[in-house]
Ligand binder design. Sequence first.
Ligand code: SF4
Length: 221
Amino acid sequence: MGEAPLLNGNRLRFVRRVIIKWYEKSGRDFAWRITSNPFQILIAEMLLRRTTAAAVSRIYEKFIGRFDSLERLAKARKSTIERALSTVGLQTMRAHHMKQMARILLTEHNGVVPNDLASLEALPGVGRYAAAAVMNFAFGASEPLADGNVVHLMNRLFSLGISGPTDNAIWEFMRTFAESQDKRLYWGIIDLVSTTCLRRNPRCNICPLSCSCDFYTANPK
Ligand code: SF4
């Protein structure tokens, strides 16, 4: 990882501001972004782990309408949950995890989603990113967040050379970069990668970050 970008606070602040501003103008609307219900946010983050936001958005509202409580999810037949998830894939594993998650929350957490990173991360089908996402988006915590989108964009902007979200360096970097809790920053990163900083053909000509991007500086188009 290069050191200069990490130490350049002004540049980090500038990039952060640009992403948030871009998100406010061009970010996407998803149902899980307008709720503060921890259960609904947890379900969304479990689905988003291995599936695009666009695909999740096609089933999400119907799913949380049908399984609108931990009790209903815990009592549902696994095959019923699987059918509800069939269009987003991995339905066998996801239905299993969701039932297990609901049972654990009912029996070990008094039927509420815990406001606690370690407890969230220990739930089946959740993991580090989804747990931190729930802490940020449902409880207003300032937990760093790093997934493939974050690694991709930060690598391009700052030449970090980080291999993936399992590398602790990106989590440490995001702790500095995010500075404080702001949902718009993370949602902006996700949406920029989905619409602009594409992996194969980045659309640098319309990107608000081109004036501060290492990749663009090295590959001007
Ligand atoms: S300028 Fe290009 S490479 Fe850099 S962040 Fe924007 S789209 Fe990605």
